[in-house]
Design a protein around this ligand. Sequence first.
Ligand SMILES: NC(=O)c1ccc[n+]([C@@H]2O[C@H](COP(=O)([O-])OP(=O)(O)OC[C@H]3O[C@@H](n4cnc5c(N)ncnc54)[C@H](OP(=O)(O)O)[C@@H]3O)[C@@H](O)[C@H]2O)c1
Length: 442
Amino acid sequence: MSQPLRLGVAGLGTVGTGLLNLLQAHRDRLAHIVGREIAVTGVSARTRAKKRAASFGDAAWFDDPRKLAADKSIDVFVELMGGDEGAAREAVETALAAGKHVVTANKALLARHGTEIARMAEANRVALGFEAAVAGGIPVIKALRESLASNSIRRVYGILNGTCNYILTKMQEELRAFDDVLKEAQEKGFAETDPTFDIDGFDTAHKLALLTSLAFGTRVAFDEIDIEGIRSITQADIEAAGDLGYRIKLLGVALRTESGIEQRVHPAMVPQHSAIAEVSGVTNCVAIDGDFVGNLLLVGPGAGAKATASAVMSDIVDIARGGGLPRPFLVPAAALVLYERAKLGQHQGAYYVRLAVFDRPGAMAGIAGRMGERSVSLESIVQRRPKGAQIGINARLKPGAPTPVILITHETTEEAIRGALDAIQSDGNVSEAPQMIRIEPL
Ligand SMILES: NC(=O)c1ccc[n+]([C@@H]2O[C@H](COP(=O)([O-])OP(=O)(O)OC[C@H]3O[C@@H](n4cnc5c(N)ncnc54)[C@H](OP(=O)(O)O)[C@@H]3O)[C@@H](O)[C@H]2O)c1
């Protein structure tokens, strides 16, 4: 057997201890597959005395992950700390400069600095593996970088955040309000105490930024993503979506258009019987439309100690096997083209709109007129009875009280629908800001 592959693991939390447990459970199997032993020779975390979910045996302890990154005793630096700056960035850059391979699960870091970090890896002739950074256990990075490398990709999209999908699934299945489900998710440990990162769409956007680069050969452009989270989704939207044959999902979508690339994160209506609508709870999925392969849907666990460790390990196995170094973003980092954003407002699609319309003469005519001025044609208009009416109580509205009205538009541009909704709101025929959700064609 060849020399062991020596790992330095920085971060011994959920993913780090998951990796240690995987290495322990499959030590012999891994050695058999790659033809050499894979050993953890150094570890680092913030607090040495902390009780851990895995043992790191006789690996040397480093208080400072940067020291571990540069240490002679390791061949691969495995960064599992998190954060887009500070220790994680410095340690990764230190490791690359010292000629160590790097494996990381850190989407925040790569979404911000991925292009430069990939350049550094290539310049130092070492690997940069980040399979675990997108959709946890789903092998989507390798799918795009290797299996689908010959395809021209038209679109890549998916459900990339388990917390949001859990909340939306619960709201739909148990007819519960957003705040109520979020609280439960926090109590069960599915959502962070500060859930902003997840529910406001940033975590999805980090992952999308990496998928976009791999799919379209562009520099990582996290700042170019239009991001909208799920806070504004109400039970009324979930119910209306169900009645109309849709489900609401938080999607990350990257699409090649004639005017450039669209990168967006937002709640979207997807047909109830589509495969993506069936992806429920904390499960993730990634759909890829390639010109030769057709449409693929990869579904699986997007997070968790075991699934994420499995993805981290897949990069380590590649390194242990040796052979050619894969370019982190498929093409050389210096050849990644400048990201060109599709023209603002030109997104084409159908929309769901929910309005709280004052029950007074001319209100609906005024609304239809505003839509007509911008050539937005309507596929359907449904005046929903107040919630109580559906269960047979309090069926009548007070005269003048707002009535929920649901509109489904034919295909139009975002610019047109937003303009129409702004005008409708200024006219004073609605009691609150209109709700608008894109209907994603699948
Ligand atoms: N959790 C998942 O399911 C999942 C899935 C995909 C990707 N990821 C990514 O994987 C990475 C790790 O996530 P996680 O959930 O495992 O996080 P975590 O449970 O919070 O663990 C983070 C670990 O990093 C250590 N750490 C933090 N700052 C450090 C510093 N300055 N110096 C040394 N050690 C430091 C912590 O040390 P102490 O333990 O001593 O505090 C802890 O062991 C993140 O980039 C995350 O986005 C996670």
